[in-house]
Design a protein. Structure first.
Length: 216
């Protein structure tokens, strides 16, 4: 059983991560701005703010893993960059590296390389709002890559290009920086199996200091 701090538990993907973590018997502390939104949860629910490094440190102290499933919603995508910097900054205040929890973030597919060569975000036709979101995810990943794994054991999970409502199959394929596509050229994963892959990383720590991706 891992002691997990989860930011973003009230979001669409965060809710799946929370459900999967509790299903596996992990001890989860969900950090939210409004605890009333998780009043019926089996998790320990505390008030906090991923954008405040002091709040991050308070929630992360004594934990094994900190997960961020935070998204910008309808707000400024640059909040993703602020959030990841706050996560690392907060964790780094928790004494020497052995006392610091691991950090796992949910990233985006935009910085993955397509089978044709270009990055997903560089393909023509993407709406401006989507491109801004992909660029912010990419900037957050660029920052993580400057963090020595000897200081913070971080990982970043980039999903497939399409996250679809579906079922929990427990089956997926893994890659590092290349978009996973199926035999029909589609890149997709269910939100349920994305959560499975993330919790598998919690339990196995297969990608320290790396970004990885999943898909069918």
């Amino acid at each position: 059983m891992a002691r997990i701090t989860l930011f973003g538990a009230t979001g669409t993907l965060g809710a799946h991560v929370l459900r999967e973590a509790l299903h596996r018997g992990h001890q989860v502390t969900a950090v939210v701005r409004d605890p009333a939104k998780l009043a019926d949860s089996a998790a320990d629910v505390v008030r906090g703010d991923v954008l405040d490094p002091h709040s991050v440190a308070d929630a992360a102290a004594g934990q094994d893993v900190v997960i961020s499933a935070v998204g910008p919603g309808a707000g400024d995508p640059e909040v993703l960059v602020t959030a990841v910097k706050s996560l690392i900054g907060g964790v780094c205040t928790l004494g020497p590296e052995p006392l610091r929890p691991r950090v796992i973030t949910l990233g985006g597919a935009g910085s993955l390389r397509t089978p044709a060569g270009p990055l997903v975000r560089d393909q023509a036709g993407a709406p401006e709002a989507l491109r801004a979101l992909m660029n912010a995810h990419g900037e957050a990943l660029d920052f993580l890559r400057t963090v020595p794994v000897e200081e913070v054991r971080w990982s970043c999970l980039s999903p497939a290009a399409q996250i679809v409502p579906g079922e929990r199959t427990g089956t997926y394929r893994l890659a590092l920086d290349d978009l996973i596509v199926d035999e029909d050229g589609r890149s997709r994963i269910s939100a349920e199996d994305l959560a499975v892959a993330l919790l598998d990383e919690v339990e196995r720590e297969a990608h320290p200091g790396r970004r990885f991706t999943v898909g069918y």
